[in-house]
Design a protein around this ligand. Structure first.
Ligand SMILES: [Zn+2]
Length: 170
């Protein structure tokens, strides 16, 4: 049994089991369901509170965010790309919530989430180096991690800190 994003309860049961049995099972676990549902909605609230800290609804807000992003990210890209001997074709920004960055290996473009503005600078740098690393190694394999160790040794800490910030909304 599990709770999905919208708070629905999904129950897996063997084929042929009586509907009453399933319903009884759900009833027995009512407390667990309520708690799990509360947890889902709490984390969703925290998430939207976190991302809501960067308002992007108006043109002026988006322009201001882009201006700040360019000032923050471009020098990082320039510095690390040079050190790593790579050259992205373009770096652009999108209000992506699901991921911090994305590297398109085919056209060698890099997309950075506008929400990196909510992260401390070293965590933004981690996202930048991670995506640049993909220009050298597309997969998250041992070679990729070795490259990260070389070009951004504290990547594990940065990844952990980023996840924590998102979760706590601090
Ligand atoms: Zn990656």
């Amino acid at each position: 049994m599990r709770i999905v994003k919208n708070g629905d309860v999904h129950v897996s049961a063997p084929i042929g089991i009586a509907r009453e049995k399933v319903m009884a099972f759900i009833d027995e676990h009512r407390d667990w369901i309520d708690k799990a549902r509360q947890k889902v909605s709490d984390s969703q609230l925290q998430r939207s509170a976190f991302y809501g800290r960067l308002p992007l609804a108006t043109r002026a807000q988006a322009d201001e965010a882009l201006r700040r992003l360019k000032a923050l990210v471009e020098p990082m890209v320039e510095r690390h790309a040079k050190e790593m001997g790579v050259k992205p074709s373009v770096v652009y920004y999108k209000p992506t919530i699901s991921r911090w960055g994305q590297c398109n290996i085919k056209d060698r473009s890099i997309c950075i989430s506008m929400y990196v503005l909510l992260l401390p600078e070293w965590c933004v740098e981690h996202v930048v180096v991670h995506e640049l690393c993909h220009l050298l190694e597309p997969s998250h394999n041992a070679r990729f991690h070795a490259l990260m160790d070389r070009y951004f040794p504290c990547w594990r800490e940065a990844r952990k800190a980023t996840r924590q910030i998102c979760k706590d909304g601090k």
